[in-house]
Design a binder for this molecule. Structure first.
Ligand code: ZN
Length: 333
């Protein structure tokens, strides 16, 4: 059984002038309800994450800042708004991923998708930024890894998940794998950022040029991400599901088709079927629903016939080869 975590509360963190607004979840839920798979999934309401737990991955100053701003509403930085009540909503988003991760790990659900907002992967240990208040995925991975389990975070958002990387940069229990557009916001995720101290080799970054698409991603999955994941042997995979890497996203520049998101999940399942996806970016309201559905169908092991004809403008063979060379020090590739 596939679980989908959702709450109408997530719609209350909202700014209609901002791309990261409530319409994103509204459009996804509309398409999900129309789909045939809706009868086969269970919608679950989240519980808020404990503040004590949040403080294990974020600094007190950062949490207090979000709390204070969310009394009246305001901005953390130029990109990142806070509404009255946003701190509680962010706790609910993080709590939803934590809950889903533990339910999938225990076998209560086979896999699941956390349809949560605000997103999380740019939130570092000390700083909310990039539309993100609390790092939802990092909190779930942190809690699971404390139970002596290994977690792979796979991030397919067009932006590098600098926050997630920052939190686990010295960890060998949580691996972070990402491909992303580069140069692009937030400017991190260079190919030689591989982790530090005990975590060296456990952060994997594939920065890609504008125009790279399906073939680059599928080859990188087969030649780098999957072989390393197989050697790492995660007990759980958490996917930072950012759909701004889709070719029609206004905030992107990579050229992934809907089928790529299906294939990414299908391939990750061959390493570890216990998969939790958590919504990050993705701003094309007419496509978000079908992209989420692609991943839910893949988690369910069912075919999903939605094809787009997308041309890859640059096949980034050189980046794949360069990353393989760097990673050979840590993994057999
Ligand atoms: Zn993004």
């Amino acid at each position: 059984m596939i679980s989908v975590v959702y709450s109408d509360k997530f719609l209350e963190h909202d700014n209609f002038n901002h791309p990261e607004n409530s319409e994103r979840l509204i459009s996804i839920m509309r398409d999900l309800k129309k789909s045939e798979i809706f009868e086969k999934i269970k919608i679950v309401s989240p519980e808020p994450a404990d503040e004590e737990k949040i403080l294990e991955i974020h600094s007190k100053e950062m949490v207090e800042n979000v709390k204070r701003l969310s009394e009246t509403g305001g901005w953390v930085d130029m990109d990142t708004y806070v509404c009255p009540g946003s701190y509680e909503i962010a706790r609910l988003a993080a709590g939803g991923v934590v809950m889903l991760a533990s339910e999938v790990l225990s076998g209560e659900f086979d896999a699941g998708f956390a349809l949560v907002r605000p997103p999380g992967h740019h939130a570092t240990r000390n700083r909310s930024m990039g539309f993100c208040l609390i790092n939802n995925v990092a909190l779930a991975a942190h809690i699971i890894s404390k139970e002596n389990k290994k977690v792979l975070i796979f991030d397919h958002d067009v932006h590098h998940g600098n926050g997630t990387q920052d939190i686990f940069y010295e960890s060998d229990r949580v691996m972070y794998q990402s491909f992303h557009l580069s140069p692009h916001y937030p400017g991190t995720g260079d190919i030689d950022e591989v982790g530090r101290d005990g975590g060296e080799g456990y952060t994997i970054n594939l920065p890609l040029p504008r125009g790279a698409g399906d073939k680059t991603i599928m080859d990188a999955m087969d030649e780098i991400f999957l072989p390393v994941a197989e050697q790492f042997k995660p007990d759980l995979i958490i996917v930072s599901s950012g759909f701004d890497s889709h070719y029609q996203d206004a905030l992107g520049g990579l050229r992934l088709s809907a089928e790529s998101f299906y294939r990414i999940i299908e391939k990750l399942r061959s390493v570890q079927p216990k998969i939790v996806c958590s919504l990050e970016g993705g701003y094309n309201l007419s496509k978000l629903g079908v992209l989420v559905l692609s991943e839910i169908y893949a988690m369910h092991g069912e075919e999903f016939n939605y094809r787009e004809k997308v041309e890859e403008l640059i096949y980034a063979r050189d980046r794949i080869d360069e990353l393989k060379k760097i990673l050979k020090k840590y993994w057999s590739l």
